[in-house]
Design a protein around this ligand. Structure first.
Ligand code: MG
Length: 367
């Protein structure tokens, strides 16, 4: 089988809640998603997607993804999409870094491999170990009262894990955490995500002011060294996200005992191939993880759902229904959301089929 054509689409995904705000005033109202279609000489088609959260969250941005795909495409046309290891090697040889550029291409190859084998992607990633997977719901930064009300609303919808966006003024953030933890009750898991917004002294102020509360502290500071410093002095369970991008990052964090929970994001690692590798390293080390992504629609959600479904349940803290965060839906067959859990089916490949009219005309095509 050979890749004959790579087609790129762009779609705007407006946030259902209007403005999605996180640390220190960073915000997005519309996420710019890039969708990739791979066609083959055997008539099979694969779909991939990458959607950075604006340009200020991770070192990734939407136009960069599309430009990078244009750089890689000539090296992928004519190659076998079912030889995914070899294809990743070519991408890494031709382009150093820029994992997010490679992610939609890798995901599309898994979709094709599944369709060729007649198997769902989760079967190819190790086999199903979960049916209904617990999800977290992110609550954008707002007043403590508004965040508590939003959290209660999500709790009523069935979510049992709430991730609140903090990383702002330390006194305000302590009030945000207290309001949400008290609103959702002890059965609900709460993650307070600093998203790199605090200095280490600010992070410690927040951690100290909320010592009596049960919640998980996530990525307080920008640098790994500052996160490690906070981790060693704060009593809360600790999650790393932005500081874990490569396998090397994960190995260092493990060696330093730098976190209790790891964030696995398909896009930030460079697709399902590398996300699976990090997932398996976490699982082998009994390190719990969240299986998620920066943002995305139905294709990203399907990709992370297949990875989550094949993750050992004892180390899967949660996953996420990113497609529920958008007012626009562009594909059929997306993972189902019910009572705070995500389920993914057994159709071959990713099981999602974009609707051509909703994607609009392609922004680029390579053959
Ligand atoms: Mg995070």
């Amino acid at each position: 089988m050979r890749i004959t054509r790579i087609t790129v689409y762009r779609i705007d995904l407006p946030y259902v809640g209007g403005t999605y705000s996180w640390a220190k005033g960073k915000a997005v109202e519309v996420a710019d998603s890039t969708i990739v279609r791979l066609d083959t000489d055997e008539g099979l088609t694969g779909w991939g997607e990458v959607c950075p959260l604006g340009a200020a969250y991770l070192p990734a941005y939407a136009a960069g993804a599309r430009t990078g795909i244009g750089v890689l495409a000539p090296h992928l046309i004519g190659r076998d999409p079912t030889c995914i290891g070899a294809l990743n090697r070519v991408m890494d040889w031709e382009m150093r870094g820029h994992a997010y550029v490679k992610s939609p291409l890798d995901i599309a190859c898994w979709d094709i491999l599944g369709k060729a084998a007649g198997l769902p992607v989760h079967s190819l990633l190790g086999g199903r170990q979960n049916d209904a997977m617990a999800m977290y719901r992110a609550v954008p930064q707002d007043t403590p009262e508004a965040m508590a009300a939003a959290s209660e609303g999500f709790r009523a919808e069935g979510y049992r894990q709430i991730q609140l966006k903090v990383g702002g003024d330390p006194a305000d953030d302590a009030r945000r955490i207290r309001a949400v933890v008290e609103a959702v009750g002890p059965e609900c898991v709460v993650l307070a995500d600093g998203n790199t917004g605090w200095r280490r002294d600010e992070a410690l102020q927040v951690a100290n002011a909320t010592r009596d509360l049960n919640y998980i502290l996530e990525q307080p500071c920008e640098s790994y060294a500052d996160c490690l410093s906070v981790r060693r002095r704060a009593r809360q369970p600790f999650k790393l996200d932005e500081s874990l991008q490569s396998l090397e990052d994960l190995q260092r964090a493990r060696q330093d005992d730098a976190c209790d929970i790891a964030s696995i994001k398909v896009g930030k690692h460079g697709g399902l191939t590398k996300a699976r590798m990090l997932r398996d390293v976490c699982a082998a080390n009994k390190l719990p993880m969240t299986v998620e992504d920066t943002w995305g629609g139905e294709i990203v959600t399907a990709a992370l759902a297949h990875l989550a479904a094949s993750t050992p349940p004892e180390v899967l803290l949660n996953t996420t229904d990113l497609h529920s965060y958008n007012t626009v839906h562009f594909a059929a067959g997306a993972p189902a959301v019910e009572d705070g859990c995500l389920t993914v089916g057994d159709a071959p490949g990713l099981g999602v089929e974009p609707i051509a009219d909703l994607l609009g005309p392609p922004v680029a095509a390579y053959e």
